[in-house]
Design a protein around this ligand. Sequence first.
Ligand code: AMP
Ligand code: MG
Length: 408
Amino acid sequence: VAKLADLLSVDDARTRILARFGRLSEELVPLEDALRRVLARSVEARGFLPPFANSSMDGFALLSALTRSATHEAPVALRVRTTIPAGSGEPTAIDREEAARIMTGAPVPDGADAIIPFEDVDDLGDSILIRSEVREGACVRPAGQDVVPGESVLPAGLEIRAAQIGMLAALGIDQVWCVRRPEIAIVATGDELVPPGNELRRGQIYNSNVPMLAASVEEAGGRPSMLSTIKDDPGAIAQALEAAFGSDLILTSGGASVGDFDHVRAAMGVGGDIGFWRVRVRPGKPLIFGSIGDTPLIGLPGNPTSAMVTFQVFARPAIRVMLGQSPLEPEIEAVVDETIENRGGRQTYARVRLRLESGRFHASLSGPQDSAMLLPLSRADGLLVVPEDVDEMKPGDVGRVLVWRLPG
Ligand code: AMP
Ligand code: MG
């Protein structure tokens, strides 16, 4: 039996895993499919935004110099002959001593350098009275106020969200270079597993890891490319691993430990290579890392919470590296509200609920910390990290939390 000290630490295991991955190639993605994709190249503007000087108010366009003498008692009068709506493509110009009605977003006519809003003038129909000076440039949005040509607007590595979709569309861009989504094969093992929706016979349980891991892959930006559930048979597992060969990463679930029917390592031995087995992590100690041919494989333990935690700690960072993102995401600090034991020299990822009190996050266990249990996992807002050399966290101690959702 290997001593705990012979197992890799979480950091060493992750370093060894990540060394095996690099950013994937890029592909052009239509804007309508780009939400949550990761930019492969920075985006530079080719034009001005806004493309032309336009009004920021519904009002009157005029030459500001004409209003210099305007006072409440001695207003300046300007003639009004034209109305410029938004979208007006006709070249418009105003004469001296003249103003034009102009709507928000409409191009500022030649001869005008300012807009006075409707509510600031006396509107007499075919003329207006102005009772105070209008500053040059007032209520005008100059061409390029937002973005100028050549400006770098979005950096490579950024995940595209709604605001970035808006930015790209405003620049007239309808397709972007994104990093190819990593294809992640998921191979679950277990004679007892039945897909949800079926009748359970004695001894059977529903296969929850496959849907959960597929969803986790999608959340991380990957594409679950092959979902299979295989009996605890070394030949059948070896065959499934071979079929998954060529994906960007194979995730297995179950069969990683020392049980009589835990065959993943044996099956890998056929065409693969085991890099390491077992990590000083709780839950998830029997983690496997290796490869089948050139295809990397992360073997997750079968207990649902172990599978989830090891996915988050080891597989998600690998997917992020393939997407060109930094592997580790920011953690938050939280005050621990109860005693959390951590005997045995493993880095523990405790399932916790978060709450916000006086501007600080507080963490408490979301339920029993049994890695076979799903309810505490499903109630958790994140994972509290208890380092391997910390035997116990006490109420009031501050810890780091990998956040799944903020409380509220
Ligand atoms: P194993 O790692 O194969 O020894 O499995 C450990 C525990 O996790 C056992 O109780 C299995 O029944 C359970 N388990 C394994 N795979 C799954 C799965 N895909 N979905 C739900 N539970 C699983
Ligand atoms: Mg099993």
